[in-house]
Design a protein around this ligand. Structure first.
Ligand code: AP5
Length: 209
C-alpha cells in the first residue's frame, strides 16, 4: 500500500508512520530523517541543507524530489511505502504523481497550541529517528531509545522560533496540498488531537476499509 502522511509539524506523522510501518510491513520514508542523516554524516547535501533546516525553511524542491526518487527506486519500496513529510509543495506533489500512484493521503489534524507543546517536548533518536515526548510518549528508560539504546537528542529546529516559522511555512506552502489531494479523491482526514493509540485506531480504520 502506498501512503502519504500529511499534516503540520508536530501532528504526529513520524510517530504514526513508525507504527503503520510495523502494522503493514512497508518502509517508512521520512524526507526529514533522510536530510538529518545527511547533516549528521556531513555529506555535500547535508552541508547544503543544514542551515535551511535549522531555520525551519523548506529544502529546495529539486533536491527533495531527487532524494525521494532515489529512495522510491529501491526494491523495498516496490510494493508499498509510507511517505512522511513529502510532498510539501504542489511542485513536489506533481513530481510524485509522475513517479507512482498513491492509495491514501492521511491528513493529521491538530490545533497549533497542541503542536507547539508537542514539538517543544519532543526528543528523538539520532540513530533510528524514532520520536518521543518527555510527557506524552516517554521512553521506558529516561532519555534512552527503546529500540536501539541510543541517547535521545533535541532537534535543532524544535526551538520556539524555528517552530513558529515551520508552522508559517506549512500554512503557506503545504496546506494547499489538502485541497489538491481532496480534488483527486485521495484525502482521508484524521483528527489527531487525541492520545496516540486513538490516532492509530483511526488510521487502521481507514487502511482496513
Ligand atoms: P520533518 O522532519 O518532516 O519535520 P516536520 O514536518 O516539521 O514534522 P515533525 O517531524 O516535526 O512532526 P511530526 O508530524 O512527524 O510529529 P512527531 O510524530 O515527531 O522536516 C524537518 C525539516 O526537513 C523541514 O523543516 C525542512 O527543512 C526539511 N524537509 C523535510 N521534508 C521536506 C520536503 N518534502 N520539502 C522540503 N523540505 C523538507 O510528533 C511530534 C511530538 O509529538 C513528538 O514528541 C511525539 O512524541 C508527540 N506526539 C505524537 N503524537 C502524539 C499524540 N497523539 N499525543 C501526544 N503527543 C504526540
Amino acid at each position: 500500500m502506498k501512503l502519504i502522511f500529511l499534516g503540520p509539524p508536530g501532528a504526529g506523522k513520524g510517530t504514526m508512520a513508525a507504527r503503520v510501518k510495523e502494522y503493514l510491513g512497508i518502509p517508512h520514508i521520512s524526507t526529514g530523517n533522510l536530510f538529518r542523516e545527511n547533516v549528521a554524516e556531513k555529506t555535500q547535501l547535508g552541508m547544503q541543507v543544514k542551515e535551511i533546516m535549522e531555520q525551519g525553511n523548506l529544502v529546495p524542491d529539486d533536491l527533495t524530489i531527487a532524494i525521494v526518487k532515489e529512495r522510491l527506486s529501491r526494491p523495498d519500496a516496490e510494493k508499498g511505502f509510507i511517505l512522511d513529510g513529502f510532498p510539501r509543495t504542489i511542485l513536489q506533489a506533481e513530481a510524485l504523481e509522475k513517479m507512482t500512484s498513491i492509495k491514501h493521503v492521511l491528513n493529521l489534524i491538530c490545533p497549533d497550541r497542541e503542536l507547539i507543546r508537542r514539538l517543544t517536548g519532543r526528543r528523538f533518536c539520532p540513530a533510528c529517528g524514532r520520536s518521543y515526548h518527555v510527557e506524552f510518549i516517554p521512553p521506558k528508560q529516561e532519555n534512552i531509545c527503546d529500540d536501539d539504546g541510543h541517547q535521545l537528542s533535541i532537534r535543532d529546529d524544535d526551538t520556539l522560533e524555528a517552530v513558529q516559522n515551520r508552522l508559517n511555512v506549512y500554512m503557506e506552502k503545504t496546506r494547499p496540498l489538502i485541497e489538491w489531494y481532496e480534488n483527486r479523491g485521495l484525502l482521508r482526514n484524521i483528527e489527531a488531537d487525541v492520545p496516540p493509540d486513538t490516532v492509530f485506531e483511526r488510521i487502521q480504520a481507514v487502511l482496513n476499509k
